[in-house]
Design a protein around this ligand. Sequence first.
Ligand SMILES: Cc1ncc(COP(=O)(O)O)c(C=O)c1O
Length: 136
Amino acid sequence: MTSGSQRSLMLVLKMLVHNQASLLTGVLTAVPAYSYFKMMLQRLGTTVVPYYLDEEQGWAMEVEELRRALQASKGVCNPVALYVINPGNPTGHVQSRKCIEEVIRFAAKERLMRCIRKVCSGRAVSLSPIRRFCLR
Ligand SMILES: Cc1ncc(COP(=O)(O)O)c(C=O)c1O
């Protein structure tokens, strides 16, 4: 238990970072995203692998874009994790069940650890069914 989700995430990510490796450890991170997370990644000595949310689709997350980002990171860093915020911050987008399932399959296939920041209370969730990612 930690005081706040960011501290937990930092502890988990610390275990995934290989400081001695020739390539920096990478974490797939949404753009736009909560900026503190990016600062935390830098402090840990990891690098952000940006994936862009689709503004025209209400800032939805697209698996095709995750594939593109992962491909672009090859040879540049060693991507080990996928960071997801649901509902999005600062976008407020709540992901569909279909999207969540696709993202989980993608992360499993690519052997990326899923780091999920979810908010299960408040306005965003009261407007739609609670859709959860599970950390398994
Ligand atoms: C996406 C996201 N990450 C982290 C935080 C900070 O949360 P905590 O205090 O649980 O570390 C917030 C707070 O709003 C947030 O929206």
